[in-house]
Design a protein around this ligand. Structure first.
Ligand code: SF4
Length: 60
């Protein structure tokens, strides 16, 4: 929690949950689609190359 900037703290736990649900799935992590593959230390990862970041649509 000490490394999460204050402006991201409110939603950080949601992003972690969604990352586990849609990318780093327990039975088969989708490492080629993972934006943190370059810093991940998992022995099970299958990619060293992070997926490109995408621009999000502006929020209303
Ligand atoms: S690179 Fe690491 S964090 Fe990303 S999906 Fe693979 S195992 Fe999960």
């Amino acid at each position: 929690m000490k490394i999460i900037p204050a402006e991201f703290m409110r939603h950080a736990h949601h992003w972690l949950i969604l990352h586990g649900r849609y990318v780093c799935k327990a039975r088969k992590p989708d490492c080629p689609a993972c934006v943190i593959a370059d810093i991940c230390k998992s022995a099970e990862k299958t990619s060293e190359m992070p997926a490109p970041l995408m621009e999000l649509a502006p929020q209303a």
